[in-house]
Design a protein around this ligand. Structure first.
Ligand SMILES: [Mn+2]
Length: 329
């Protein structure tokens, strides 16, 4: 089902050494897919290193292999390929200048599922699919006819570790299998990951049943401050003091009846105003975000506005949203 699966499987198999990385502020799909490929490299005997200079999301240390992730670029070792996962653009990688310098003279491979991917790699594997983790499954574990694993299937523990990491990524990016991006193939992929030994209880417990008091404080704040518009959208403004590390405010308000678009406006210390958008209708929030230089998915996108106040950002985006929504109806 991934037409280039053989090409990328051959590319991976031919590597002398692979540096794996993902977008800044990595989420569970970014971490799960890079670790998934890392475990695959171990199965195949290919030297590989995961480099993520940002801190991992809460509890990601329970993912098998997370303790081997490097915060700084390796200075030793032989690498002929650099793989960037789950990033629509190379500039989404933290320390992109370091990465570009490292990638010079090496093969740059872009593996991602965002529709606005900029095709920045020497080789680009960028179909529209639920998650990079699902993409990794279909490309390397299934579509190759299992050939990549034929010689190594006896290492059940590494296979199970890989399955756990990929399952975590799919589970997270699909909102636990609720988003429109979920297809019959997503469930087929997950069925196989479970067969390979994905630890569902580990993922459920650490990523969905282990919320911190700060997460509950955010939920309380959001419920007290959300604003429902009669025009069919809902939004909330989040001061810099609130912690969104575990859950995004927009995902707390998106389920309100009678609304098709949900937004959060969040002040950050040094990164301007972050606007997160979700759609429950045909309204394309990726297209909408593009007018402000943002992007993402049709149903989930983001905008960063610099040098504006929180209220100014809100006024500008909501004015454009009302115009766009009125055009739709
Ligand atoms: Mn993703």
């Amino acid at each position: 089902m991934i037409s280039q699966a053989k090409f990328f499987s051959d590319l991976l198999s031919s590597a002398k050494g692979i540096l794996l990385t993902a977008h800044r502020d990595p989420d569970l799909d970014a971490v799960g897919s890079t670790l998934g490929v890392w475990h695959l490299c171990r199965l195949l005997g290919i030297p590989a290193t995961v480099w993520l200079s940002d801190p991992l999301p809460k509890d990601c240390d329970v993912l098998p292999g997370a303790d081997r992730i490097m915060r700084t670029l390796p200075t030793e070792g032989t690498y002929d390929q650099v793989w960037v996962l789950d990033a629509s653009n190379i500039d989404r990688v933290r320390d992109v200048a370091l990465l570009k310098a490292f990638a010079a003279g090496r093969t740059l491979v872009n593996v991602d599922h965002h529709p606005d991917n900029s095709q920045f790699g020497d080789h680009n594997l960028t179909p529209i699919i639920s998650s990079t983790s699902e993409l990794v499954f279909w490309t390397f574990l299934h579509a190759s006819g299992g050939a990549l694993l034929a010689d190594v299937a006896t290492d059940k523990q590494t296979l199970s570790n890989m399955a756990t990491c990929l399952y975590a990524g799919v589970c997270f990016d699909t909102g636990r299998f609720l988003h429109d991006s979920v297809t019959a193939n997503t469930f087929r992929a997950v069925a196989d990951l479970v067969t390979y030994g994905a630890d569902l209880a580990l993922i459920r417990h650490h990523f969905f049943e282990n919320k911190s008091p700060a997460n509950y404080a955010l939920m309380r704040y959001v419920l007290n401050h959300m604003v429902v518009s009669p025009l069919g959208y809902i939004y909330v403004e989040i001061p810099v003091s609130m912690d969104e590390a575990e859950m995004k405010s927009v995902d707390i308000i998106r389920d309100m009846e009678g609304t098709s678009v949900a937004l959060s406006f969040r002040e950050t210390v040094s990164d301007g105003i972050k606007v997160s958008l979700r759609s429950k209708s045909d309204f394309n929030v990726s297209l909408f975000a593009a007018q402000f230089g943002g992007g993402g998915h049709v149903k989930a996108s983001g905008i960063t506005l610099r040098d504006v106040s929180l209220s100014e950002a809100k006024t500008r985006v909501l004015a454009a949203l009302e115009t766009a929504l009125s055009r739709e109806s």
